[in-house]
Design a protein around this ligand. Structure first.
Ligand code: SF4
Length: 101
């Protein structure tokens, strides 16, 4: 079983962050999961906190709600900048994204 499958099967908490240095600003992530991702006026995508506020600190993470897991994974897969990182909260291992195994 891959790390990705294990994380999903075990229902582990996941979080997501965006490397804005590589973001192309195309907005694919915000189309897939607008509850999690949004473009700011600088044209780059950011993750949202629980209060809908954009988290602009470098490497800021937000929890991935289970009902949105597929949308967030699709965003990471389709992201042309390869800059969406989904990782396990417990040990920070990336399970979807450019650094996943
Ligand atoms: S899909 Fe990737 S490159 Fe496109 S806006 Fe979202 S984070 Fe940026």
């Amino acid at each position: 079983m891959t790390v990705q499958q294990e994380a999903v099967v075990q229902g582990e908490a996941l979080e997501v962050w965006i490397d804005q240095d590589l973001c192309t600003g195309d907005g694919i992530c915000a189309q897939y999961a607008p509850e999690v991702f949004e473009l700011d006026i600088d044209g780059l995508a950011y993750v949202k906190g629980g209060d809908e506020e954009l988290l602009q600190a470098k490497g800021a993470t937000t929890p991935v709600p289970l009902p949105l897991l597929t949308d967030v994974i699709d965003s990471a897969r389709e992201c042309p900048g390869e800059c969406i990182h989904v990782r396990r909260v417990s040990d920070s291992v990336e399970v979807y994204g450019p650094n996943a195994e």
